[in-house]
Design a protein around this ligand. Sequence first.
Ligand code: SF4
Ligand code: SF4
Length: 57
Amino acid sequence: MAAVADKKICVGCGACVATCPVEAIVLKDGVAQIDPQKCISCGACVATCPVQAIKLQ
Ligand code: SF4
Ligand code: SF4
């Protein structure tokens, strides 16, 4: 399981990037991109995203 950001919903605010404890998220072309190899599925980014763009799957 890993967090996945929906690039159609993401508004590029960067909140998830700052929240991730393992630096698994970067902004690329204005949207969040999550590295599933680094993600530990903690859920912090899911809770932080203001537009509910991230899901654990
Ligand atoms: S679920 Fe946790 S570890 Fe995975 S990308 Fe989100 S904040 Fe980072
Ligand atoms: S917190 Fe949500 S809207 Fe903001 S960059 Fe991350 S995925 Fe995109």
